[in-house]
Design a protein around this ligand. Structure first.
Ligand SMILES: [Cu+2]
Length: 263
């Protein structure tokens, strides 16, 4: 039966519909401002996925539209439909095409993840403590200074955030950086980010963690390295011993960084 379908015309219609939908969808600035080196790569990945999704959507819509038009029952026709048993060519096509799309998406995502998680030699470690319903930060390379509710980082330097969940699972997300990673009690997870745009942003908990989840935010300041050093020098608090203990305990259980998580 597939041999009688106007395949060339359907493919043509699919390509045109894909182009129209993609052209509209790609106009939208889905992710907002870009403020890390990872952001353009992740946004480009999203754009490619939008085009692929538009193609799949268009293909389904064209085939559905054709089927509705070509195989419509005549008025008064109450007979049963033709009993159809499989179609090898069609089944191969609808298995192979999605497989290629999914494998392409997996390979491309893998490459992007590898690039954005590649470690720089001069990366700076910042420990992040998440607890209901607040964030605090420690700078092991800077005399263990400790800050509550306010994260400062220098621009254009890779930061390795070591995330510690102090009670339940939380998730670390600065939308302009794109990176999102869970803070899980008992293990240390790592989020690698190179902020490349000075400014003030918001750190948002993006894992439903309890009654105060919606208010679990912190201020993020990305500033020139000189300003950052001045800020560090002005911080008089040091990391509390209970937090230091969490770092040590977690360190024993430290695992390889897991994929970006969170809801
Ligand atoms: Cu939360």
């Amino acid at each position: 039966m597939i041999g009688r379908l106007p395949i060339a015309k359907m493919l043509g219609a699919t390509v045109v519909l894909t182009a129209v939908i993609s052209a509209i969808m790609l106009q939208v600035n889905w992710d907002g401002q870009q403020a890390s080196t990872a952001a353009p790569k992740i946004d480009q990945l999203l754009d490619v996925m939008i085009v692929l999704s538009s193609f799949v959507f268009s293909l389904v819509m064209v085939m559905l539209g054709y089927a509705l038009w070509a195989f419509k029952a005549k008025p008064g026709d109450e007979s049963d439909g033709e009993p159809i048993h499989g179609n090898t060519r069609l089944e191969i096509a609808w298995t192979v095409i999605p497989t290629i799309i999914v494998l392409f998406g997996a390979a491309y995502s893998w490459i992007v993840l590898d690039e954005i998680e590649a470690k720089d030699k001069d990366s700076m470690r910042v420990d992040v403590f998440a607890q209901q319903f607040a964030w605090s930060f420690a700078y092991p390379g800077k005399g263990n200074v400790f800050s509550e509710g306010e994260l400062h980082v220098p621009a254009d330097r890779q930061i390795e955030f070591k995330l510690h969940g102090m009670d339940v699972i939380h998730s670390f997300w600065v939308p302009e950086w794109r990176i999102k990673k869970d803070a899980v009690p008992g293990i240390t997870t790592t989020a690698t980010v190179t902020p490349d745009e000075e400014g003030t942003y918001q750190l948002i908990c993006t894992e439903l963690c309890g009654f105060g989840h919606a208010t679990m935010r912190a201020t993020v300041v990305v500033e020139p390295p000189g300003d950052f050093e001045k800020w560090v020098a002005g911080v008089k608090r040091e990391i509390p011993s209970s937090y230091l203990k969490a770092i040590d305990e977690n360190a024993e259980l430290e695992t390889e960084p897991v994929g970006a998580g969170g809801a």
